[in-house]
Design a protein around this ligand. Structure first.
Ligand SMILES: [Zn+2]
Length: 226
């Protein structure tokens, strides 16, 4: 493929920062293809592309898919018609090694990461958002202490059964997992700060305001394409 590389936006944020929601809104507003690496894997495996078959081999053996394979998938994705204006990356790179592989792969095709907006949310808020999930014993109806609390504390609105937290959703588990992920994220933030493309946005001001702030950070870096 010799198609030229469009704009590349790397959206960064911790789990619970609202990255997936913003990625969808932004990709639509900016005319960029939203590329979540999880979707990329699923599509390649489903379509049985050569890279999908390779990736599936690793996954079937319980191994991590090597960065080089992921990058090849990304480059294939970049060459597709809906990505000509560019892509918004969601969930990649996860560490500085991947960031460096991405930089080299894009550079070989005359591209670069144009901007890396970061949705900043304090750790305590993230734990509250991620750890607030409760479900009912009778039917698994989901609730969230912040986003969707039950009318009566601890009781399902629908069937009156008791609400409980899965071990995965308990605050200590959430915090431990988050700490690990934040460590890697910090390094990626440092990487893009060093490359002069990091733009930090306050992620605590509500979806609409966060979107507006992200657009202010991104548009000057890529030009307005909406
Ligand atoms: Zn229920």
């Amino acid at each position: 493929m010799t198609a030229s590389i469009g704009r590349v936006v790397v959206l960064l944020g911790a789990p619970g920062a609202g990255k997936g929601t913003q990625a969808q809104i932004l990709s639509e507003r900016l005319g960029l293809a939203h590329v979540a690496t999880g979707d990329l894997f699923r599509a390649a495996v489903r379509d049985e592309t050569p890279l999908g078959v390779t990736a599936k081999g690793y996954m079937d053996r319980g191994e991590l898919v090597p960065d080089a394979v992921t990058i090849e998938m990304l480059l294939e994705r970049l060459a597709q018609p809906d990505a000509q204006a560019g892509i918004l990356l969601d969930g990649f790179p996860r560490n500085t090694a991947q960031a460096e592989v991405l930089r080299k792969a894009l550079a070989e095709k005359g591209g670069r990461v144009d901007v890396a907006p970061y949705i900043e949310v304090p750790e305590a808020d993230l734990v509250a958002r991620l750890g607030g999930r409760w479900i009912c014993r009778a039917a698994g109806h989901p609730y969230h202490l912040v986003g969707k609390p039950p009318i009566k504390e601890g009781i399902c609105d629908v069937d009156g059964s008791e609400l409980y937290q899965r071990s995965d959703d308990q605050p200590e588990t959430v915090q431990a997992r988050l700490r690990q992920q934040l460590g890697a994220l910090d390094q990626v933030l440092g990487y893009y700060r060093d490359h002069g493309v990091l733009k930090t946005v306050d992620g605590t001001t509500g979806i609409v305001n966060v979107t507006a702030d992200l657009l202010k950070a991104i548009v000057p870096a890529i030009g307005d394409r909406s």
